[in-house]
Design a protein around this ligand. Sequence first.
Ligand code: NAD
Length: 257
Amino acid sequence: MALSTVLIIGGSGFLGCHLVDRFYAVSPRPAIHVLDIRPLPIISPEFYSFNPDEIVFHKGDITDPDSLREIYREVKPDIIVHSASPIHGMGKEIYYKVNVDGTQAIIDVAVEPEFADIIKGLVYTSSASVIYNGEDLRNADETTPMPEKQMDAYNETKALGEKMVLAANNKRPGFKTVALRPSAMFGPGDRQLIPNMVQVGYTSGTRFQIGNNWNIFDFTYIGNVAHAHVLAAQKLLDEKKSGGVAGEPFIITNNQP
Ligand code: NAD
């Protein structure tokens, strides 16, 4: 089944703009709607190919189920992509409110009977950090268990959000879910990773070395992460074919297996 309308929640963010860009490139092009608490940023045509005038923006907060319901009614998405989250370094309360309560609201409203013939799937942006246990992880994969205690409130709430999303697979007949776990993302529009590294370059932070200088970390190009979301959305709509993805998490990485 071809994707007809996608609602990208958190679509004004770093990943969100690349999601818009990748869904815009799908043929036939689906209608693309963005739900976010902040407007779409001004994008550079050097890095994105979508026409912002063709993207419909809805101001909304995922912690408000009534506004979600109204936007679902207006948009009638067949696929919802949920990529919203507070940035790193916030307090525990805000992570619980957005990543747990907000994710639950996205699910609860989507499975309401009035959306039974409309919303067919939810693609959730999780994080590879949900399996981080403080030790080196080499050749980790989707069978690697989540630690009993997460490292911080961000990881804790991303893990809870992922569990809720995957548990909602088939919560009502025809509603499918999948979770994607990127690691740190880089690319155009990044406001955190490279800017923070550059900032460290201007401070004495560079005088510290953690570990023996052999630490490895997985960085993933933002366009690949966005592409994975498009593939996951298309797979959810084609679940009857072999190789389905529903109900499962997938680590997204640049590395070869
Ligand atoms: P970002 O901060 O650039 O984008 C997140 C967007 O969510 C923002 O536009 C923000 O306004 C929106 N948002 C926040 N709270 C909201 C709410 N209550 N209602 C509606 N919208 C809300 O972040 P990003 O780096 O693009 O990350 C996108 C997703 O990818 C997040 O779920 C994050 O956990 C996940 N992730 C990011 C990285 C990374 O390296 N940046 C790595 C792994 C996973």
